[in-house]
Design a binder for this molecule. Structure first.
Ligand SMILES: [Zn+2]
Length: 175
């Protein structure tokens, strides 16, 4: 989920949702408290961050759970939203795992994808003028995943198994 990579940097927080925006280090507060959160903190589900403050200070009840206590520790270490700080901006996690205002699709994808070793035949498949359909078929060949007659038979399909081009052997990847 992209939401993992975005945070709103605290400004006036007029727009940021108290429960659903990821405006503190550990992500959306709703996922930390669960649905008893609004009742526990007496902050409505549709509240904006600014509604958790009054006259520039965090407005917090005495903590009655570990979660509430942890949240208070975090909030008191942050300055509260104020109109004078200007509007909120969104910041994105980049390759160095820090947050910056610019979004990079490459950095985001690199953090999200599974990393596996590079195969020696990758240039056969992915090159500048490659035709996607051909790349895909070649990729299946390299992985030995083409639906050859031989494989279809192994799946229990009622096919002859003979190579349809020469009829002189079993249609396998090697053939
Ligand atoms: Zn053949």
């Amino acid at each position: 989920m992209l939401v993992r990579f975005i945070r709103s940097d605290i400004g006036d927080e007029q727009d940021a949702s108290f429960w659903f925006n990821s405006w503190i280090e550990f992500g959306p507060i709703i996922s930390y408290f669960g649905h008893s959160g609004p009742r526990q903190l007496r902050i409505p589900l549709d509240a904006k961050v600014i509604q958790a403050t009054s006259i520039g200070e965090w407005r917090l009840l005495a903590a009655r759970s570990d979660q509430a206590q942890n949240l208070q520790i975090i909030l008191t270490s942050m300055t509260s939203p104020q109109v004078s700080k200007g509007t909120d901006v969104f910041i994105w996690q980049n390759a160095a795992r820090t947050y910056a205002p610019s979004f990079s699709s490459k950095a985001t994808w690199e953090q999200q994808r599974a990393h596996v070793p590079i195969v020696f035949w990758h240039k056969l498949i992915w090159f500048k003028e490659a035709i996607p359909r051909c790349s895909f078929i070649t990729w299946l060949v390299m992985l030995k995943r083409l639906p050859t007659e031989h494989r279809l038979r192994s799946w229990g399909l009622n096919v002859a198994g003979q190579c349809v081009l020469c009829s002189s052997g079993l249609e396998t990847h090697d053939h």
